[in-house]
Design a protein around this ligand. Structure first.
Ligand code: SAH
Length: 461
């Protein structure tokens, strides 16, 4: 067969990007080549996200664009993978431009599905029929796929994401993840550590362990039950790995102290904890099926700060959840002020099919109010981030360099020799400075000379 070109686009979270990396490797291994341009592509592959309606709309409008292109190039194969594929299945296949619909669990079949579609121009759907009932054989196949292709994620030099667990069992009432990613399945520690070791051999310095609630990682093997802290400890022993991060955490008592202990005792474990609160109102937290109160959550953050001095904490909030009054929102503002996050992500509630919130509650907060609350929270957080970032002024920071900045913050005219580089600290602060592109994937020391709420600006030491 001729060399075939694939254009791949990712629409979602870090888990989605990790899946994209696996698929990219699998397709390269099967003899495909990658292209940045849709015009050259024999195959266009979209990895989709279902977490908010907006994410799905972006995919649908992209499919709309592709249908214009396909009018002149009917042989082009369009493949939709990921959560939206799992959620919509056959319905997505009805879209005239789509050739392949492939769920997250079916990714190991991707090269075969694409090859067949190119040859036979047929439409295929491969998704899990009963998403909450995992099939042992399928999990095994996936594990082999992941171990084989999870070795050279080169999106950001020197960094890799490694899945610790699949799925979610929490059933937060707003969240679609349990319905598209299935139940929690923890990967064997051996597979995870083996993968990290190989990544280290390939020059990876920072590994981020991923799970929908990675702090709940639990794997029983003989007498021993492994938790996230055990993974962090084993990964710390791997030569070449310098920084370990993990996302995301569900506020929970179980394993919390163990994780904090790992953070304070193991130098490679970065002092960064992303632990979403979602709301500061106990009434809304109950309606969200989050099993804690605002006061308990703040107590948890205090414990983290006592155990790990200098820890950077990040969070997520949803504004405009059904029934959220001004009083509830004020409680969220209050929590946000007390939490003093290094940064946080704020989302407007988006009703998702199948979730309990969508089935039982009316999406009764008008769009303008969601928007106003969103802006207000961002402003409160902006002020906090600004204060926290100023503490770095005049200090030296160790950073891991990602690569040239896409935006030009300053001195963009310095030329190719010293382009503007983006990097991050262990606490996940973004640091921008001018330096040689060859630093991408390496650590550097930078003096912080200017700050903004989200970005620190420095000069290389
Ligand atoms: N389990 C992961 C992924 C969840 S999605 C995690 O906790 O990070 C990431 C964030 O999207 C969530 O924390 C939540 O703040 C937001 N989110 C999830 N469902 C949503 C919905 N229906 N509407 C708006 N935001 C949502």
């Amino acid at each position: 067969m001729d060399a075939r070109t694939v254009h791949i686009k990712s629409f979602g979270c870090q888990m989605n990007k990790l899946d994209t990396a696996l698929v990219r490797c699998a397709l390269l291994d099967a003899g495909f080549t990658l292209t940045e341009s849709i015009d050259d592509a024999d195959v266009v592959l979209l990895n989709t996200c279902s977490v908010r309606q907006h994410a799905e709309q972006r995919v649908l409008s992209h499919l709309g664009n592709l249908s214009h292109i396909k009018e002149t190039r009917p042989d082009m194969v369009v493949c939709v993978i990921g959560c939206m594929a799992q959620r919509l299945g056959d319905k997505l296949l009805e879209h005239k431009v789509v050739n392949i619909v492939c769920g997250p669990a079916q990714m190991p079949q991707i090269a075969t599905l694409v090859t067949e579609a190119l040859r036979e121009r047929k439409k295929t759907v491969a998704v899990t029929a009963k998403i909450r009932q995992p099939v042992e054989e399928q999990l095994q196949t996936f594990e082999e796929f992941e171990s084989a292709y999870g070795l050279e994620d080169r999106q950001i030099p020197g960094q890799a994401f490694v899945r610790a667990m699949h799925g979610c069992n929490k059933f937060c009432s707003f969240c679609i993840v349990p319905y598209v990613r299935g139940p929690e399945v923890c990967r064997p520690p051996k597979a995870i550590i083996g993968q990290i070791r190989k990544l280290a051999d390939n020059g990876v310095k920072q590994v981020t362990l991923l799970g929908q609630r990675v702090n709940a990682y639990k794997y029983k093997s003989g007498e021993k039950t492994y938790c996230l802290a055990d993974l962090l400890s084993m990964a710390s022993d791997i030569e070449g790995i310098e920084w370990l991060k993990f996302v995301t955490n569900y506020p929970d008592e179980e394993f919390f102290d163990e994780i904090l202990l790992a953070m304070s005792n193991l130098p490679k474990v970065c002092n960064y904890l992303h632990i979403p609160a979602q709301s500061g109102s106990d009434k809304i937290l109950r309606a969200m099926n989050r099993h804690y109160s605002a006061a308990w959550y703040l107590g948890l953050l205090n414990r983290a700060r006592d155990a790990v001095p200098g820890i950077a904490i990040a969070g997520d909030f949803i504004v405009g959840f059904p029934g959220e009054t001004e009083e509830d929102f004020a409680a969220t503002v209050e929590l946000l002020k007390k939490a003093r996050y290094r940064n946080c992500f704020i989302f407007k509630y988006s009703p998702r099919p199948e979730t309990t919130a969508d089935r039982r509650l009316e999406d009764n907060i008008p769009a303008e109010i969601k928007q106003r609350r969103n802006i207000e929270l961002l402003a409160v957080q902006g002020k906090i981030s600004d204060e926290l970032s100023k503490e770095f002024l005049g200090k030296e920071a160790k950073v891991l360099v990602e690569g040239p900045s896409k935006k030009s913050h300053r001195n963009s005219g310095d030329g190719a020799a010293e382009p503007q580089l983006v990097s991050r600290t262990a606490e996940d602060w973004i640091v921008v400075f001018n330096g040689p592109q060859s630093l991408a994937g390496d650590f550097a020391k930078v003096n912080i000379i200017r700050t903004s709420p989200l970005t620190l600006f420095g000069e290389i030491v």
